[in-house]
Design a protein around this ligand. Structure first.
Ligand code: IMP
Length: 198
C-alpha cells in the first residue's frame, strides 16, 4: 500500500516512514508525486487543519493522503504557540526563529521552564470520501537552554516527562516510541489494519 504524506517537513516524513514501513506501507512526500497548490491553514483546531488538508489533497491527487497537524502547547503561555507552532515568530519563520521567540516569551515572564505538551492529529483521507483519524500527546516541559541536534522544531527545548534529555538528544527510534506523533501513528496503523479486514 502506498500513502502520500501532505507535508514538506522532512522531520515528519522520516518519522512516518520509520513507523509505517514496518507495516509494509510506503510513505511518499507529496512534492515527489504532483505539484498541487497548497491550501491555506484556516482551522482553529489541529483536527480541523489536518482534516481540511487531507481531504483537499486526496481529491486533487486521487490517492490516499495523510495529513498531520501538530504543535506545542506551553502552559505558561496559555497554550501558545498551539496551532500557530510553525509560524510563532511570523509567517515563513524557521525553527530557529520560533525557538528564539519561545525562549524570549518565557524569559519575559521571568521563567526558565514551563510545563508543556506536544499534540498531534492525523487524518488519512481516501479519494472515495472515506477517512480515518487519530491523535496523540506527550507531556513534558520546555526549557530556555536549547540542547541536541536531532529531531526538528522545538525538540531542543522540550524535555519529555521521565527524561532528563531533550527530544533533540533522544534517538529517533526512541522519540518515535514516546512522541505525540509516534502515538498517533500507532493508533492510525491499528485502524488501517482494521479496515484491511473489511
Ligand atoms: P504543522 O506542520 O503545521 O503541523 O506544524 C507543526 C509545528 O509544530 C512544527 O513546525 C514545529 O514547530 C512543531 N512541532 C510539531 N511536532 C513537533 C516535534 O515532534 N518536534 C518539534 N516540534 C514539533
Amino acid at each position: 500500500m502506498r500513502i502520500i504524506l501532505a507535508s514538506k517537513n522532512r522531520g515528519k516524513l522520516r518519522e512516518f516512514q520509520e513507523k509505517l514501513s514496518k507495516s509494509g506501507i510506503e510513505v511518499i512526500p507529496i512534492d515527489e508525486v504532483k505539484k498541487v497548490e497548497e491550501p491555506s491553514e484556516t482551522g482553529d483546531t489541529f483536527l480541523e487543519n489536518a482534516y481540511q488538508k487531507a481531504v483537499y489533497y486526496a481529491k486533487a491527487i486521487g490517492e490516499p493522503v495523510i495529513s498531520e497537524d501538530s504543535g506545542l502547547e506551553v502552559e505558561a503561555l496559555g497554550g501558545l504557540p498551539g496551532v500557530r507552532s510553525s509560524r510563532f515568530a511570523g509567517e515563513n519563520a524557521t525553527d530557529e526563529m520560533n525557538n528564539r521567540k519561545l525562549i524570549e516569551e518565557l524569559k519575559k515572564r521571568g521563567l526558565s521552564e514551563s510545563p508543556a505538551r506536544y499534540v498531534s492529529f492525523i487524518v488519512l483521507a481516501f479519494p472515495e470520501k472515506k477517512g480515518l483519524w487519530s491523535e496523540g500527546e506527550v507531556r513534558g516541559k520546555v526549557i530556555t537552554e536549547p540542547r541536541g541536534d536531532g529531531g526538528f522544531g522545538y525538540d531542543p527545548l522540550f524535555i519529555p516527562e521521565g527524561y532528563t534529555l531533550t527530544m533533540a538528544e533522544i534517538p529517533l527510534e526512541e522519540k518515535n516510541k514516546i512522541s505525540h506523533r509516534g502515538k498517533a501513528i500507532d493508533k492510525l496503523v491499528k485502524l488501517i489494519e482494521e479496515i484491511k479486514k473489511w
